[in-house]
Design a protein around this ligand. Structure first.
Ligand SMILES: *Cc1c(COP(=O)(O)O)cnc(C)c1O
Length: 219
């Protein structure tokens, strides 16, 4: 299958998921995860009308997205991978949404950079719903206090939450937990669901799904 067919298939399944969940058409945004793929492999998705993309490394993104954004200025780029504080300036300069605010030090570095550059990428807090030691993210029970800290002490507007459920577990309960935390914190955006489970995530209220291999093929 060609990339455009795979992209169409994902779009159709998202639309079907919205209908099945009784949610409005177009309420779930597709973030096409293009990590590891070069500009030439990404262009067919842009040509097919895809405008929202996700990348997990700042440096890799700097090598392809300035060029692609120059060709197509209405691209929206999401950072979905871990962020080091020494890369905060580059991330603020390049990304429109940073989904991986996962500790106080990063929140503080982003706040300083946003002020310095006069740029305001939208921010999501990453939640470690499975409390996995090797995974980044705020522990679920600490999320309300962390979001409040970001808003009140650092002056950041937190728009969303994101999670990556443990690979071996049924993702449903993790998605339900993220949705519950979002309600509790007054946060509107829910970034959850990948190639293997985005339809489940839509049923649990995802407002965006991050789909890579189902569009671009195996990495
Ligand atoms: C790679 C990645 C994805 C996409 O994964 P696929 O299984 O290829 O759809 C989604 N979210 C994050 C955080 C990722 O790193």
């Amino acid at each position: 299958m060609e990339l455009q067919e795979r992209l169409n298939e994902v779009r159709l399944r998202i639309a079907a998921g919205e209908r099945e969940a009784g949610r409005p058409a177009g309420s779930v945004e597709l973030v096409a995860v293009s990590k590891t793929f070069e500009a030439d492999a990404i262009r067919p998705a842009i040509d097919a009308g895809q405008r929202v993309f996700g990348e997990n490394r700042v440096q890799e993104s700097q090598g392809k997205w300035p060029e692609l954004k120059a060709e197509q200025p209405d691209i929206e780029l999401h950072l979905i991978g871990p962020l080091q504080s020494n890369k905060a300036a580059d991330a603020v300069a390049l990304f429109d949404v940073i989904e991986t605010v996962d500790r106080e030090k990063i929140a503080r570095a982003l706040a300083e950079e946003m002020k310095r550059q006069g740029k305001t990428p939208r921010l999501y807090v990453e939640v470690n719903t499975g409390l996995e030691p090797q995974k980044a993210g705020i522990a679920p029970e600490e999320v309300p206090a962390f979001v409040a800290h970001c808003r009140e002490e650092l002056g950041l507007s937190i728009d969303g939450l994101m999670c990556i459920p443990p690979a071996e577990e049924n993702p449903g309960p993790h998605f339900a937990l993220l949705a519950k935390l979002a309600r509790k914190c007054g946060v509107e955006k829910l970034s959850m669901g990948m190639s293997g489970d985005y339809e489940t995530a839509i049923a649990f209220g995802a407002t965006s799904v991050r789909v890579g291999s189902a569009i671009f093929g195996v990495r």
